[in-house]
Design a protein around this ligand. Sequence first.
Ligand code: LLP
Length: 422
Amino acid sequence: MEIRDNILHIGGISARDLVDEFKSPLYVYEEDTIRARAGELKNAITFANKEIKFACKANTNLEIMKVLKDEGMGIDAVSPGEIFAALKAGFAPDRILFTTNNVLWEEIEYAVSKNVLANLDSLSQLRMFGERFPCRDVCVRINPNVGAGHHDHVITGGPESKFGINYTEVDDIKDIAEKYRLRMTGIHQHIGSGILEPEMFIKAMDVLLETAKYFDDLSFIDFGGGIGVPYRENEKRIDIAVLGKMISERFASFADRQGGGGHSVSREKDGLKLVIEPGRYLVAESGFLLATVASIKAEKKHRFVGIDTGFNHLVRPAMYGSYHQILHTEKAENPGVKQVIAGNLCESGDTFTRDENGIVDRDLPLFNEGDIVCLCNAGAYGYSMASFYNSRPRPAEVLVKEGSAKLIRRRETYEEIFTGSR
Ligand code: LLP
């Protein structure tokens, strides 16, 4: 994204031109930004035998998944739907991990039928897996009793968490695996989302490495995702090179010790693989939601700028009180006046300038009817969490690169919503 003469350009095209061509509201993604983030991560993890799996819950647009496949990523999938999407995008089954939570048996069977490794998150499921599929490869999700994240809703480790098998239950895991001759090829954890300080990630990593010592057949250890991105204008970016180095060094010394010292090189090449599975980091900053100002209401307390989208299309502010930078696409650098950006849904919580407690005025260039608003950092958990609430179709999605735009998903239609046909 770039501001040229006060005008916002995404992938070299002005926001106005994009909306003229593809209509509003519209999700726009910059391919170069996705590739840049992927490149940074690959460089940051210096341990050679590594795999970065894209946690595609952040964005399941097939074209975006294909970009990440082209960057050498694998996939962390959490549902049969995500497995389906990953296979459709061309990922090989052995690059996909199915991370389960409270799934019905049919879902695990679906993964197995597609040759996708299951990552089980309870002892009972592990037992059931053993009964039905003895002697198979399997992975388990561990709760390291450490959690972190930008909001309670997204902390997925620790005593309050519904995820994973507590690391203290390692003996039970081993007993079940032994009984059914399961090969525990991987162990996994994911402690939460939107982490901007490396400490918690490293702390959890140490717990998982301790746990890993109990397993002889491991071919990978997956430390999950969770790497945050700055949402606020002045927020500090995580130093990805430092984090990558910390992760790699810790992992290398573990792999060395496990491999009996001098064998570290062969272990790096053929042995234990370091896996991480970021979602947000790879795609959040590439995405923008463009919307048109439909109505202005200058009330005593707030100036409401009403736009043609709502929390049906970007739920993060309403759901977590999340902050998304907002830009005026044609007066991007004008001085700000206090305004509230409000959606078009029939709920008063449908505002984009808010925190968890409600509306927060924001200093933004003066908006008028017909102007285009840009909600930034919408590439992760934007469209993938969108709904057709209030029977408003989901927006179209466009991928931009070097001045050209490609429609990567059509706007949803009423027919699709109500009859399931096009
Ligand atoms: N792996 C697993 C098993 C996960 O559950 C998640 C995210 C990730 C990886 C990727 O986490 P990331 O790198 O994107 O932080 N809707 C929330 C985020 C929920 C994340 C859920 N799990 C939001 O909009 O902030």
